[in-house]
Design a protein around this ligand. Structure first.
Ligand code: HEM
Length: 360
């Protein structure tokens, strides 16, 4: 039987017992998610400053440019397919802007991601290995550019090349792994999150109106929307000793899957778990995990999703489902594979008459 933790209580217990549930589930280097104990803490301490308030405040205007360009190019007369037109390009461009990578890299990364998605779904291991090497080459090229002074010194990529651990520079394979953790995993998660948010808003005009009237509640609403429409489905642990949870017990050295979607819709913890509710306790939401491996990128993810949602709600007065039916993504992906929406803007003549009416 597959070892899967689905109950909120069991997932929390495992997350808070890292000495029994190790993150070393694969032989591949995975910084910091595939590390335990002191080694994990050391690399966490290195990466956390990249998501500080100071860094994110500097990044915000660049992120707004990315969003404005994407929304300006949308066709407001026809149905829009959200995943291809908005979600994936947004995730990629936001990440390139965050890293300080040249715009020219976008197409190469887009092609790489398409190949990676296809190989993941086909479980094509040789192609996945070749793609992993290609990703390393792309990232090492960016480190080399930074070292030759071709990147702004304050850029995230340049700062990464300056990292030191116990006085020594961090080796390139570790730096590549850090960037792989931020990019390969998280581009898909951010894109899936955008799909889940737009899909939810298109089917819930009341919440749309509430958020337009009270944008300060956008973060809170997004966390609840993504509790329902999980963008990240699973992570894994390996037991270091025999472990028992209620009716479940695992031998030592068992790979255990943490099912975020199931835990976050556990009816024992969330009343009417598949309903959106404003008054949920945010501390129960496991969207960004918990314990020592809790997502360090949460402030960046929240900034990206908040700014995107706010800009979309500001620009379009109505977001509705399009005429073509949506298709849900299949595991290991969360959210939607395809999502068609109709976006309406207030036309200028009616905007003018409303203003005139208000003045009179
Ligand atoms: C909606 C977006 C996101 C969601 C839902 C999410 C969710 C999560 C979750 C649940 C974990 C815990 C994994 C575990 O326990 O094994 C995690 C870890 C992590 N996340 Fe995120 N994440 C998001 C965005 C990001 C972004 C944008 C970044 C960075 C650019 C990021 C970087 C990381 C890293 C490095 C870890 C590993 C931390 C560790 O093992 O100590 N995440 N994320």
């Amino acid at each position: 039987m597959a070892a899967v933790l689905t109950r909120h209580h069991d997932v929390l217990a495992a997350l808070h017992a890292p000495e029994q549930f190790s993150n070393k589930v694969s032989s591949h280097l995975n910084v910091p998610n595939g590390m335990d104990g002191a080694e994990h803490q050391a690399y966490r301490a290195l990466i956390e400053p990249f998501f500080s308030n100071v860094v994110l405040t500097q990044f915000q205007p660049k992120l707004q440019v990315v969003i404005d360009e994407l929304l300006a190019n949308l066709d407001a007369h026809n149905d829009v397919e959200v995943m291809e037109t908005l979600a994936h390009p947004f995730a990629l461009r936001a990440q390139c802007a965050f890293m300080g990578w040249p715009v020219a890299l976008e197409q190469r990364l887009t092609d790489w991601m398409a190949a990676q998605n296809a190989a993941t779904l086909a479980k094509d291991r040789p192609t996945l290995r070749a793609l992993a090497d290609e990703f390393s080459d792309i990232v090492v090229e960016q480190f080399e550019r930074a070292r030759r002074g071709l990147t702004a010194p304050e850029s995230v990529t340049a700062q990464l090349t300056q990292l030191r651990l116990n006085g020594d520079p961090v080796a390139d394979d570790y730096l590549v792994s850090i960037v792989r953790n931020w990019t390969v995993g998280e581009l898909g998660t951010i894109a899936a999150a955008v799909g889940s948010i737009v899909g939810f808003l298109a089917q819930n005009s009341v919440v749309q109106k509430q958020l337009r009237a009270a944008p300060m509640h956008i973060d809170h609403a997004i966390d609840e929307i993504l509790r329902l429409g999980a963008p990240l489905l699973t992570n894994r642990r390996r037991t270091t000793c025999p472990v028992g949870f209620g009716d479940q017990s695992f031998e030592a050295d068992t790979t255990v899957t943490i099912d975020w979607r199931a835990a976050n819709t556990d009816p024992g913890v969330f009343a009417e778990p598949h309903q959106f509710k404003w008054d949920r306790d945010p501390h129960l939401n496991l969207l960004y995990g918990a314990g020592v491996h809790v997502c360090p990128g949460k402030p960046l993810a929240q900034l990206e999703l908040r700014l995107f949602t706010q800009s979309l709600l500001n620009k379009f007065t109505k977001i509705e489902l399009g005429t073509r039916a949506f298709e849900r993504a299949e595991p290991p992906r969360g959210g939607y594979r395809q999502l068609w929406v109709k976006l309406s803007q207030l036309n200028h003549s009616s905007a003018k008459s409303t203003c005139t009416a208000a003045l009179e």
